[in-house]
Design a protein around this ligand. Sequence first.
Ligand SMILES: Nc1ncnc2c1ncn2[C@@H]1O[C@H](COP(=O)(O)OP(=O)(O)OP(=O)(O)O)[C@@H](O)[C@H]1O
Length: 684
Amino acid sequence: MTINSDTLLQRVQQRIFDEGDLQEGLNEVYHCVSAVMPVGKMSWLQFHYDLNMLRVIAQATEIGGEKTNFTYNLPGELIALLCSRDIPEIYLMNHPEKDPLGKEICNRAKLFDWSSLFLNFQNHTGTYGAIMIMTDRKNRYTEAHGRLLSGLKKPLQRVMDALILDNETRSPHPKLKEPVKDKNEFFRQVTRRLCGHLDLQAGVSQCLQYLSRFMPADALFVRQREPEFQSERVLAESYGFFHQQTGTLIPLPIPADTRRTPGIRIINRPEDSSALKLYMPIFGSEICCISMPLIHKERPIGAAVVGLEGRARYTEEHMQLFALLHDPFVLALSNNIRHREVIRLKNLVEEEKKDLAEELHCTAPDTIIGGSLGLEKVMENARLVAGQDSPVLLTGETGVGKEMIANFIHWQSSRKDGPLIKVNCGAIPDTLVDSELFGHEKGAFTGATRQKLGRFERANGGTIFLDEIAELPLPAQVRMLRVLHNKIIERVGGTESIPVDIRIIAATHRNLEERVKAGRFREDLWFRLNVFPIRIPPLRSRTMDVPALSDHFIEKKSRELKIHPTPPLSPDAMARLTAYSWPGNVRELENVIERELILNTGGPLTFQNLSPTPTHEEPAGHDMKTEDILSLDDLFVRHVKKVLVLSNGKINGPGGAAEMMKIKPNTLRNRMKKLGIAYGREKR
Ligand SMILES: Nc1ncnc2c1ncn2[C@@H]1O[C@H](COP(=O)(O)OP(=O)(O)OP(=O)(O)O)[C@@H](O)[C@H]1O
């Protein structure tokens, strides 16, 4: 939403002057400016030449506008520069470290990666104030932004002047804070700001802005006590000039004896406090604070800390004022703790829901195609072993159907009413393998905020399918061996031995024997898993399954994609499908069919884009049985027949079989004749 200067002036007039609602007026300004340029924070700055001081008299951010009173002493030459008449009305500070004021802010706030845009206001004495628009990262403002801001000068200056006038009537001296005339009102206003947001960071920022009017305050922190880690974590922190979000939580040491929580205290020297000492490397030793423990139902739950540049700047009076705010801080912190707990539980439910959905996904046995053809032997073995409880090791290239056979075994076993839990050992980060497989106890490591059952425990009474078993890190292999051996698990961080009744089916596309030789897989574990190995052959060595599989997937995918009627195959499509070598096996066939159905614009499916690939190179002997071995002549016959399908029987010329095979047409014809392959007229 962009509005012009006159409309904004009208709105400011109405909100601030007619309705007396300064916060709403500042909000209007913020939204109007942020609609046309990047704005993290807008600050109204007043320059006090005589006092060498810069005062931030109001701020507006996404969360709202607020009258403030942050004061900063500046070197004489800098304030003289800011107040000079010669300073331009619009001023771009895209590289703050190269500008005198920018450099000063960078050093004091210890923040360097930002840019800002100034609109300066002058009277007969010189420049008396400015609007500072600030955003993160350098080089964000352009001359065009400057012109847009300049266009809004009238309403912005009107707000500035109103703020200055208001300050003059409220506080007798720019260096002094407003007196708290009505403590109840003060309490009410702080509570409204602190507890008015679900986001504690937003509440703390607004609270600091408000507090800055009544007491020296340049930073406000809320920390949460974490007794199990003997520390306090900073949950929210806000600074006057910049709203800095640390993102990371800083653990803070606290006295080991938590029963003796010290009361509210002024720390006028950072060396006296272990918490404040942590800030010395950032802000130096010229800092002080008031630290107030937050006690809820007689238990310390954290602390609220208000801080300031300079030493020994807090007095007993400031401390008493801050102490009034104990209960709102407790309320805000305990609300935040509860809110995070709700979010954590919500995520937990989502996670469980996802896991359950995954489990549900495999609750129905798949239709297995090829059980009486290419997979006959596999199915025979699967049926045999299903009734036993022995471990099964499924091997075969990726996409051949290992998981499908694992499902089949589970469903044919006496454990079919129990769970079937799948674990992709290759997809779990190394550091989480143990906790995923065996579970963990609450507090076992940072982030283990509750007890978690591992996959083995969840598979109790059923089957666990360990896919990609070869990827399991060696330390987890040791633990896995123990489970196979004793059928007992121990959760990470726990001491209890938990018996589990499980059947193990493992699968891998790798050559485990070679991995054992290379020392990457434990031999003893391999022996344990390899009790009943089932090798699933690649699709290219059982091309007799391709037609039935193709029909099955065309039916299935058409149903899923809601394609009616199911398109037929073109006359040469099946030849193409069987001629292809399917390096990705059945999964690839499934995907190719899905893609063909999606791309099909009517008419039969041709699979034109499926070019025959050279027969898949395999490691010697990997998937080959003696009966699979063909003579070279037989191989040649097969190959030529496949190529002829693709060339539509054509031998010479472009697209002909000879060109595809990179041999002379006559040579090909002679060999075909010799081997009895019919072609041309002969064929008809
Ligand atoms: N014989 C078959 N009949 C029907 N569908 C099959 C058959 N073989 C495999 N599929 C299907 O092919 C896809 C891949 O199979 P699956 O996931 O079982 O392979 P995999 O060997 O476990 O693969 P990976 O090694 O990559 O985990 C699945 O959608 C599966 O349903």
